[in-house]
Design a protein around this ligand. Structure first.
Ligand code: ATP
Ligand code: MG
Length: 330
């Protein structure tokens, strides 16, 4: 779908206002690590390939990928989250610092491991993935520090994103504090939801589940077809009393539900699809930044859809920037 000339102009005007907008990300930070190598033989010790390591990279994942997306789009990003006192935590901090991300609100908890997913990839095939994480509830002391960090960041931010991967950072107290402040200050607060926490998101600006999560959030068996999805979206709005809900639908694009009853279906604009991982993080980053820049909900969703269309055409968990987005919108 080609946007009309008027719409294109509006989207470009919004993009021009991205730079320097202050966005706060609250959520479960992770480190995605890739160990690459070649396989020459099977191990004499066990029936497994022996990988000769040729290189290693790591990039922020989870809420960290939302941070990365925002930074790449020109936002001035602050983070509230938890890392462990370990190598993965140091790498995350280093990568955020190099992008100018404000880490004041990140707590180091010596009793927790930084969430880390390490993939071993040989000849483009994933051989194994091993995870390190601590997913239990946060200690009282860490919760208190997080709340203090959040309280400090809220007055100076122009938008808030909760990136909930269910690893322990996000709970009812953080949500209540942020939702109260956001509504008082009339700034957008969006949530990439964890179905188990869905009832704590009452009063947010928008939730951005994918289709499967949307059904799980309402504890319903998924039903096919657009009519069923529209009914589901309306139920979500009713339950959360939120201004909107944005259901991302993979290859089918996304559907935006607004409190006044308006439903907008936006087909994907992706031309080539290489890697869809992380596209949901791109959606919430671009959508929320556009709201912070003053765009109405439907325009913000359209920009987010363009951003997702770009990143799924890139290899790996990718990000986009304003130059690429302007090009796509034109
Ligand atoms: N296969 C695809 N073809 C075209 N566009 C896609 C495809 N998959 C995703 N997209 C685009 O990316 C957006 C977000 O993708 P999706 O609905 O898969 O989110 P998600 O499941 O939260 O992703 P993730 O959890 O990997 O970040 C979609 O709304 C769409 O615009
Ligand atoms: Mg997602």
């Amino acid at each position: 779908m080609m946007p009309s000339r008027k719409m294109r102009k509006e989207l470009l005007r919004t993009l021009a206002r991205f730079h320097g907008r202050r966005v706060l990300v609250v959520g479960d930070l992770m480190l995605d690590q890739y160990v690459r190598g070649t396989v020459g033989r099977i191990s004499p010790e066990a029936p497994v390939p022996v990988v000769r390591v040729t290189g290693e990279t790591s990039i922020p994942g989870g809420a960290g990928n939302v941070v990365n997306n925002l930074a790449s789009l020109g936002a001035s990003v602050s983070v509230v989250g938890v890392i462990g006192e370990d190598e993965a935590g140091r790498r995350l901090a280093e990568q955020f610092r190099s992008k100018g991300v404000d880490m004041e609100g990140v707590c180091v908890d010596v009793d927790r491991q930084t969430t880390q997913k390490c993939r071993v990839v040989a000849e483009r095939q994933q051989v194994v993935r091993f995870d390190r994480e601590t997913t239990g509830p946060l200690s009282h002391a860490t919760q208190t520090r997080l709340l203090a960090g959040l309280a400090e960041e809220l007055p100076r931010t122009e938008a808030v994103i909760f990136s909930d991967y269910g690893k322990g950072v996000i709970g009812p107290r953080l949500l209540a504090l942020a939702i109260g402040a956001a509504n008082r200050r009339k700034i957008p607060l969006t949530v990439d939801p964890k179905p188990e926490h869905f009832r704590s998101y009452k009063g947010v600006t928008c939730v951005t589940p994918n289709t499967a999560e949307a059904w799980a959030c309402m504890r319903r068996e998924p039903k096919p077809g657009q009519d069923a999805l529209v009914a589901l979206g309306r139920e979500i709005l009713r339950m959360l009393r939120s201004r909107s809900a944005l259901i991302t639908r993979g290859a089918e694009g996304m559907s935006l539900f607004e409190a006044d009853g308006k439903v907008t279906h936006i087909p994907t604009v992706a031309r080539e699809v290489f890697d869809v991982s992380g596209a949901g993080d791109t959606v919430i980053a671009a959508f929320t930044l556009a709201l912070a820049a003053g765009a109405p909900l439907d325009r913000a969703a359209s920009l987010a859809n363009h951003a997702a269309g770009i990143v799924v055409g890139k290899l790996g968990t990718a990000v986009t920037d304003c130059a690429e987005l302007s090009e796509a919108v034109r």
